[in-house]
Design a binder for this molecule. Sequence first.
Ligand code: DAH
Length: 338
Amino acid sequence: MKQALLELREKALQELKSALEKRSAEELEHFRVKYLGRKGLLSEYLSKLPTLSPEERPAIGKLVNEIKGELTGGFEEAKASLERPKVVAPLTDISLPGCLPSIGRSHPLVQTIQDIKDIFARMGFQVVSGPEVELEYFNFESLNIPPDHPSRDDFDTFYISDDVLLRSQTSTVQIRVMQKQKAPIRIIAPGKVFRPDTVDARHSFMFHQIEGLMVEEGVNFGHLKGVLHIFAQTYFGPDTRMRFRPSFFPFTEPSAEVEISCTLCKGHGCSVCGGSGWIEILGAGMVHPNVFKAVGYDPEQYTGFAFGMGVERIAMLKYGIDDIRLFFENDVRFLSQF
Ligand code: DAH
C-alpha cells in the first residue's frame, strides 16, 4: 500500500505541474476533485485504514495525511498563481544609465522679467503690479489721453464694456500707485498687456511690458538717462551705447524713444537693426503735469520720469530670437534652451 501511495503522489504532482504549465483552471479543478475531493483518491485511502492491521495503520495513516497536506499546499499555490496575471519578467539591463526625471524651468519671459527686476531693485525700485482688466480711466483719461484724442489709436485694446477693458499698457500702474502713495516713488511694474494686433513674427495680441516710474522733488531728465544707462549696460553688456530720440507720448513731456547699439552687429549695421546700427528698446519721458494733476500731486513741487519697455522685444534682442510666437507656442525644444 505504501508503494501505491508513493506512486499516487508522484502522479498527482505531475498532473499539478502540467495544469500549472498550461495555466488551466479546468485541469487544476479536475486535480482537486480527483485527489483531494470528498470522494477523491486520498479519502478513499483514508477510508481503507480500518481494514489494515494495527501495525500497518499508523504509518500508512501518517503517509496519507502527509501526501494530502503536500497536495493541498501545491493546489493552493497553483490556484493563486493562476489567479495572478502572468508577468513576463522584462529583460532588464541594470548597467543602463537611469532615466532622469525632466526638471521644469521658468519660462524665458519670466526669467527676463526677473533679470530686469533685479537690476532696478538694486537702484531702489520697488516691484508692484496692477490689474489686467482695467477701467478705461486708468488706461486713458488719467494718462492724459482724452476720449477723442488720436493717440487712443496707438493704445487701442479689447473692451469688456464701455468703461472696462483689457489694459493696453502698464502705464496704468503709474496712476494706481500715485493714487495710493505719496512721493517719493520709485517703482517698476511688470505685467501683461493686450492689443488687437494680428499675430505675426513681431506682434501678439498679448505681450508683456515693464513700466518704470520715479517721482521726487528735483528729479530731472539726467536721472532718467542715468538710470536707463545703468540698466542697458547691466542687461546688454558694458559696451552697449544708448541714445535718446525725441518722440511723443501723451503722458510725458518731453518724451523720448530710447535706442541701444544693435546687440547683433554692435552698431555696424545689419538686417536686425535695418542697417542703422541702433535698435529701439523703450519709450520714456518726464511725467506730464496733467498726469500729476489727475492723481492730486502738485506739478510745481514734484517732477518725475517714466518709461515703458516690451519684455518680449528685450528678450528677443538679448537672445537673438526672431519670432515672438515662439514664446507662446509651448514648444519644449525652444523653451528648454533657456
Ligand atoms: N506705455 C507706452 C507704450 O505702451 C510705453 C511708455 C512710453 C511708457 C513712455 C512710459 C513712457 O511710461 O514714459 O507704448
